[in-house]
Design a protein around this ligand. Sequence first.
Ligand code: FES
Length: 193
Amino acid sequence: MEQGQAAKESNRSSKSSPVSASERRRSAGRKGSKVAQKDKRRKLVDATMRRYGHSTYALIETLHTVQEAYGYLDDDNLKYVAHSLRVPLSKVYGVATFYHFFTLKPQGDHTAVVCTGTACYIKGVPAIMKAFKKNFDVEPGETTADGKLSLLTARCIGSCGLAPAMVYDGEIAGMQEPEDIVSKVRAMIRNGN
Ligand code: FES
C-alpha cells in the first residue's frame, strides 16, 4: 500500500516537472559534449607532461600545449600544471609572464599566429609583424582594442617548406606576404570566419 502510494507520488512529481524528459536529455547531451571537449584538451596537456616524464623541464612545453588547446593560460590550468609537475605555482606564473608568446588573457574573436621559427623568420617575419602593427595596431601577445583579433607567435608549426607560415583561426596558410595577411585578416574579421 505504501509502495503504491510512493509510485503514484513519483509519477505525479515527474508529470508536474516543468522540464520535459527530452529537454533533460538535450541538456545532458550539451553538458556531456562540453565535458568531452574539456577532457580532450586536458588529455593533450597530460600527453605533453607524459612525453617529458613529468620533469620540471616539461614546464614550457606544457604551457605551450595549454595555450594551443585553450587559447590562453587560465588560472585553473596553471594550477593544474604546477600540481602535476610538482613545481611552485609562483614559478609557473613566472614562466608564463616572462615569455611574450604566452598570454594570460582570453583571446579576441579571431587569432592569427605568426610562425617565428628560423625558416619563417628569414623569409619575412619582421615585415609581417610590421604589417600587423601598421594595419591593426597589434603586437605579438596582444589583442586589438576592439577584441576582434589576437596576434600570437609560435616557434615552428612544422610547415617550414611553406615559410613564412601563419595560422588563421586554426588553419595553416603558407608563403604569406604582408599584403595577403592584411586582406586575409580583414576578411576574417568582416565575415566572422
Ligand atoms: S619555421 Fe615556420 S614552420 Fe617551421
